[in-house]
Design a protein around this ligand. Sequence first.
Ligand SMILES: Cc1cc2nc3c(=O)[nH]c(=O)nc-3n(C[C@H](O)[C@H](O)[C@H](O)COP(=O)(O)O)c2cc1C
Ligand code: SF4
Length: 612
Amino acid sequence: MEEVETLYKSLSTMNLYIKKEFSKILLKFKKTTIQERGRGMKKIELEELHSKIFQLKEKYGGNNSAILQTLIDLQEEYRELSQVVLQEVAHAYNVHPAEIQGTASFYSFLKTEEKYGKYIVRLCRTISCELKGKERIAKQLENELGIKFGETTSDGMFTLEYCNCLGMCDQGPAIMVDGCLIPKVKPAHVPAIIDSCRRGALNQEFDTTIVSNVVKKGPLLTEEFYPGKVITDSLGKTSEEILEMIEKSELRGRGGAGFSTGLKWKLAAKEESPQKFVICNADEGEPGTFKDRYILHREVHRVIEGMTIAARCIGANKGYIYLRGEYSYLKDMIEDAIIARKEKGLLGDKIGGLEGFDFDIDIRMGAGAYICGEETALIESLEGKRGEPRNRPPYPVDTGFMNNPTIVNNVETFLNVTLICEKGVEFFKEYGTSRSTGTKFFSVSGDIEKAGIYELPFGITIAQLMKEVGCRDAKAVQVGGAAGVCIPSRDFDKIIAYEAIPTGGSIIIFNDKRDMLDIAQNFMEFFVDESCGQCTPCREGTTKILEGIKILKQGKCSIAYLNKLKELAKTVEMASKCGLGQLSMKAFLSIVNNFQDEVLGRLPKEGSYETV
Ligand SMILES: Cc1cc2nc3c(=O)[nH]c(=O)nc-3n(C[C@H](O)[C@H](O)[C@H](O)COP(=O)(O)O)c2cc1C
Ligand code: SF4
């Protein structure tokens, strides 16, 4: 069988059609197995693999939205997605093998190469974990395992990898070992973590409970919620009346862009189509943002209720919660909530006994790609493809999932919808500004004691926010994550609102010991890593600016060079295809503009991060 496998692999450079046919012949060897390759990999019995794929396809509904889930589950089973596995998935879904290969190679949590160990230790390198001493954790991991990041131990047990934001910014530094998240890691914990893995006892020996640090609950979350209340209470209203209420609330999407929720729903409602979809964007990957993690953990019924209301307003009968792979520990809990609601008639056919009010929700997992938070990339991913943003127009409201009218909204937006229906438009509009109504969940991290979630009204100044979080020595605040702007303390009288400084919720605080170019570098490394690579300005531009930041850090900067870099950054903003590229330069530009004194006349130094 080894020879057959070798021959099969050698076909990789040949015509994919031949390869496809060859793999069909392989299936005829009923009892044949493909040899296990060590590292805890399970033997692949072709017949068993075949039936497993068909079971998964059925479990996930049979359409292409099952592809990514099938790959994730097969990886869990076999530890790696070998060529044979990918081929069989391609056959089962009747898509070209090259497409499946393309999908599998896109996501950082999918392993298509034979280079990984049994345990992949992923250390979050995003800014909040960096500020809390990630470097020392990295050092100790390398010391314990005798390998560098990107390498695998010779016994095939461990691979060390960096990853981008794990959504644990209030509890960093954080690592993830095979889906198990460990917050607040200290260098002294590292030997015990490694030892636990070796004994297969990580889950039992390490407290991986996720704490939801809600420091301040605002007006919208202070009351108990009874699942189904809003749906039942609104049965007497027509879908048009409910939609009108959402429009009157002037709710703007909480995912960052601030688009009017009422308008988006109205456009989707107008479309005539037998199938429409409601998608909850739970891909929260913006560095410094973890509020959706909290909302899903503690308020999942309110979110599902909001999705159900949306379905009624636009006439959808199917919904998906696209949950980022880093939050896989929330999946069972969300699933339980969905099941409980089905049992109570709050999901399924004739919700609340209302004829035609049919709506069901499935969870779909992401697999480690920040770009999949962008709504068209999310839809592509949901269709089993690479998460590459689409050209717009057409927009998802008319041409979304499987080319059907689709609305995509953030977790917090759905939460707000439920609250508006529950407490009324007037109550909601008591908070915020005239152009940014309501409150906002801020995820606050960085150089402060009380990192966590704060629900505060839009329109709050940064100075007021600093007072709320008990911070007196902030030198700068990054509002909106890596895609946001860096505000120096002299501008703390500015307000946070869509019409002023917008944010999806990320607030990262830097004290006066921080080197602003270190921060700019961290953000740019994030974009270089997360750019989907589809368009040149973003793919090449982020890399060039990163090189430029490194040169600035060496103190080799004339004003002419700095101006050239700024010009290039503006070109990237203008010429990039999607929001990632368009927003990737904001942090860099605001840092070099607001902290020019740190950039010019600079002396080179080493290892500038300190731990707190
Ligand atoms: C690179 C990128 C990443 C994004 N990530 C998210 C995300 O994680 N969650 C989210 O709700 N919106 C995210 N968005 C915004 C979405 O494209 C979309 O605007 C949002 O889901 C719409 O929901 P809302 O109107 O309720 O905010 C992202 C946008 C870009 C460009
Ligand atoms: S801007 Fe960047 S992330 Fe967006 S499509 Fe272009 S390469 Fe991809």
